[in-house]
Design a protein around this ligand. Structure first.
Ligand SMILES: [Zn+2]
Length: 89
């Protein structure tokens, strides 16, 4: 299993904020690809990200936390971010 880099809650919320802003810009300006604004850069290497996949980590028995798994391409870095349940938007 490839190891994932743990993101701090602050790093993760910055990424989510950037993604929300990007989505809003796309909707507001009715952008079509390839006019889409860039995705936030890779938090590990700073590379330009062309694709960012995120998924909720399947819950583990008796582990009371929610985590997201994030894969970025093309650099291939993988991240895990634990969400503070008190701050779930
Ligand atoms: Zn990277």
């Amino acid at each position: 299993m490839t190891s994932r880099t743990e993101l701090s809650p602050a790093q993760f919320s910055a990424i989510r904020q950037a993604l929300r802003d990007r989505e809003r810009a796309i909707i507001e300006h009715v952008l079509q690809q390839p006019e889409y604004p860039p995705l936030p850069p890779c938090p590990e290497c700073g590379a330009v990200v062309e694709q960012m996949d995120s998924a909720v980590e399947p819950p583990k028995f008796e582990v009371d936390e929610q985590a997201f798994l994030i894969n970025v391409k093309p650099c291939g870095h993988r991240f895990r971010a634990v969400v503070d349940l008190d701050e779930t938007p």
